[in-house]
Design a protein around this ligand. Sequence first.
Ligand SMILES: C[S@@+](CC[C@H](N)C(=O)[O-])C[C@H]1O[C@@H](n2cnc3c(N)ncnc32)[C@H](O)[C@@H]1O
Length: 559
Amino acid sequence: MGSLLEKFAGKIDLIYIDPPFATGADFKVNNEIGERGLEVEKEHTALEEKAYRDTWGKGFESYLAMLHERFIALRDLLSETGTLYVHVDPTVSPSVRLMLDEVFGSGNFLNEIAWCYKERERILDFYNPKHDVLLFYAKKRDAGRTFNWKEAVEEYSVVTRAKFKYKDEKGDYQIRGRNVQGSPVRAADGLTPEDETKYPGLTYRDYLHERAGVSPRDWWEISIINKAADERLYYPTQKPEELVKRIVGVSSNPGQLVADFFCGSGTTLATAEKLGRRWIGCDLSRWAIHVTRKRLLGIEGCKPFEVLNLGKYERKYWQGITFGESKRDGEQLAIFQYIAFILKLYGAEPLAGMQHLHGKKGKAVVHIGAVDAPVTIDEINGCIEECLAVKQTELHVLGWEWEMGLANLMVEEAKHRGVKLLLLNIPREVMEQQAVDKGDIRFFEVAHLEVDIKQDKGCKVTVGLKDFAFLYADLIPEEVRSKIKKWSDYIDYWAVDWNFQNDTFMNGWVAYRTRKERKLPLTSDPYVYEKPGKYTIMVKVVDIFGNDTSQVFETNIGH
Ligand SMILES: C[S@@+](CC[C@H](N)C(=O)[O-])C[C@H]1O[C@@H](n2cnc3c(N)ncnc32)[C@H](O)[C@@H]1O
């Protein structure tokens, strides 16, 4: 979130966040594989495990510390007229409220809204907890926030409605007295048709449909998403669009910027998109980002959007590593131990005096990625620079996670610069003492993709997927893995940018599986270039766990 401040400080009009409640269960996801819908539960990735430890490692205290840091960033991101909704459950809401009062100022607290639902009733020895809490704050109470209350107007009570007991061609009405001085029926309601006849100039028909309605209350009855609902994405903590629609409708105007920094399945972003707002979403989990991406693509007329990696990428040092059992008598020592540990498992010798290059294995120099952040393009570029400076031509980079879309792109780039680059995953087993002791550790190459580009006469091109190496097979239980017959079952989504410009990937053609449609075409629709020439085609594949693999292809179209 900190990385957004540079560009968006003071620019966001509405923030809704639904951070994980203090359980950590949100990281687990169930997903389907291939066409036959085999179910698999994905385990935590290294990054998620680190975040989990950061958030709940020291119990509630660390959970609150994680939120506190984010609340400060939220306040700075909000515009002067902006508002914030923090969605929590009643067990944590008192502490969160105190913290928000401190960060935003208690005078900027507007409401505590109860979101009430009735589903999944249980018999307990205390009252059934059937509401969540939304803490509603203004950045500055009197700065003129957006509050379109008519977007959430409530129905009149049965008693009020019953007063509109007469009907004509325009609708239901009651008869009221005009506010005329001296009138015997001045401002009276509940008058009869006889009164109307008797005082024609002093009465009027008060129509129900002309009334503005009741201003929204601070408790909302909205059902949770039911099993058969179209919007259901099987994301365990998904919230109903109806709930978020109310928030976005009331507290923002079309064209304004809405953000959700724990976006999960993308409910806020999808709702904002449908209501014509601009939006920003973040989530730590790749799976969440992937579910959100597909959800947005499924919205008719969805405007173009980018998926970016944000985070601690600028870090030059291995800050805050909490790895293994190492006693931390200083951060540097812990980092040194971590690097030495991974180098040893990889069979490499440590290398001293370098900034990015940590070891040497045979002819190759080795770089070890941080345990709590993905390896980035910048980081690899730094390694390549150093290789060139010390005349090394083979580089192995070992990482836990990778900046989205990095792999094949970097290998090609390194090749151009005369360095043979190998990207390898650090397997989860390095955290298991037993596997380490047995020497059972294998480092797998980062996903690889084979593609066939066919050119017809003229400038017509199709892209076909030929092979895909799925890296995370070891995260899938053996009984499920043995039933998977085709490499393509591991692919959940793929897309083609027909004219990649070395910056943002633009979806030119996209195919993905949904819960309803499990089939995935492996050949794209044809694309016709306007004129012959050299073009870079980029193909992006997202696997069933939300990991991106991208590859670029230089083509000479029409020749
Ligand atoms: C309760 S869910 C949000 C659900 C969402 N409102 C929806 O409708 O789908 C919380 C989300 O926070 C994400 N998360 C947990 N810790 C995080 C962190 N430290 N930074 C960013 N996202 C985090 C989880 O991956 C999860 O998707």
